[in-house]
Design a protein around this ligand. Structure first.
Ligand code: HEC
Ligand code: HEC
Length: 319
């Protein structure tokens, strides 16, 4: 994909959306399904829904499962080397334990599944949506249906949504969409801003920071980061997230253009290979089938073709 101008990029995506259906359907060795398509835009307006307070988690076996789900969401590293193979926790991208509006909160999500998703042409359950974030955002292996982590996470999200309507998109869902930038996103401007506003926490090399064993600021690229299949690697999704959530504690302090430039800078770096590449012939094929959106996968940046490697981070693969 080319980032020089965003308009051909968008036009290309639309064209490919049609081509894609055919490409996937005709494939005898059909690639893994794409769970990481952008969420539909949430309705405008102030997020008014309030999830229940932690203190209200009941002291029952049900409550124990809610607490386990909360704990796994905040400290997903407990599942390291089994289901998680990078340095992330769910709450890195779903802030305040999945409670914060405009940070893809779980209370706004749970009532929207099962949902039909055109990209994989089937009805997806909440469990499948969670599994998608394990595969890509956590560079992991998804917990099996009925496994304790999956049940616990789902129970926690369901509890957070106590009193929320079902099948009704609520304001505050997802990350709020930005307008197209006035100027094409620029990695150079992004690099300067990153040094000024972000490196203090995420490190000069985007490597994040740990205190002892504990990761306190997540890495944004490299082996510890989300992989090339994750929603956050799309420049538009990262720009939306950044505008509403970063720098931490100063939401909406960046201009839209700054958020776009930062997203381009961050996502113009290497990260673990897209796991769907394992079942496809080449980077070109992976790019053609799964990367017709605003991302740098398969693009040459500073003389290096991004994603052209066999580095899956620490993930050993399914078998
Ligand atoms: C690196 C960032 C990142 C991490 C870590 C992450 N996610 Fe996500 N998650 C996303 C993005 C991006 C989306 C899609 C948002 C969009 O497209 O607008 C998403 C969407 C979701 C959704 C659907 C939201 C909705 O409203 O439909 C669920 C559920 C979810 N994630 C659960 C999880 C769980 C559980 C974990 C931990 C196992 C996790 N995520 C870890 C970035 C992340
Ligand atoms: C004060 C420290 C701090 C600063 C400054 C900061 N961040 Fe973060 N950032 C965090 C923390 C902490 C998280 C994880 C959120 C959580 O766990 O609550 C995070 C999460 C993220 C994520 C989620 C993706 C992932 O892989 O986990 C992105 C992207 C990000 N920050 C980008 C930025 C950008 C861009 C800037 C500069 C504009 C910035 N951050 C400035 C602390 C910071």
């Amino acid at each position: 994909m080319n980032l020089r101008s965003i308009v051909p990029w968008l036009a290309g995506s639309l064209l490919m959306a049609g081509a894609l259906g055919g490409a996937v359907a005709d494939e005898s060795d059909a690639p893994q399904r794409d769970y990481q398509v952008p969420l539909p835009e949430a309705p405008a307006g102030e997020a008014t829904f309030q999830p229940p307070a932690e203190a209200d988690i009941p002291d029952t076996p049900y409550g124990d499962m809610v607490r386990l789900g909360r704990d796994l969401f905040l400290d997903t590293q407990r599942l390291r080397d089994e289901y998680v193979f990078n340095d992330q926790n769910c709450s890195n991208c779903h802030l305040d334990a999945g409670r914060l509006a405009n940070s893809a909160p779980m209370w706004a999500s749970v009532g929207m599944y099962p949902a039909y998703r055109g990209k994989n042409d089937k009805v997806n359950t909440m469990a499948e949506r969670i599994q998608g974030c394990f595969t890509y955002s956590m560079n992991g292996i998804p917990p099996e249906y009925g496994s304790e982590p999956l049940v616990a996470l789902q129970t926690y999200f369901h509890w957070l949504a106590t009193g929320a309507p079902i099948n009704e998109s609520l304001p505050g869902r997802g990350y709020p969409g930005l307008e197209e930038p006035a100027q094409a996103p620029d990695r150079g401007r992004g690099a300067e801003l990153f040094a000024e506003r972000c490196a203090i926490c995420h490190g000069d090399g985007g490597q994040g920071q740990t205190v002892g064993e504990r990761q306190v600021f997540p890495p944004l690229w490299g082996d510890g980061a989300y992989n090339w299949g994750a929603g956050m690697h799309r420049v538009n999704t990262a720009a939306n997230f950044i505008k509403a959530n970063m720098p931490l504690g100063q939401p909406y302090s960046l201009s839209d253009q700054q958020a776009w430039d930062l997203a381009a800078f961050i996502n113009g770096h290497e990260r673990p290979q897209d796991p769907r590449r394992r079942t496809l012939k080449s980077v070109d094929e992976t790019d053609r089938i799964f990367h017709q959106h605003m991302g740098y996968y398969g693009d040459t940046v500073d003389g290096h073709r991004l994603g052209d490697h066999d580095d899956y981070g620490e993930n050993p693969g399914a078998e």
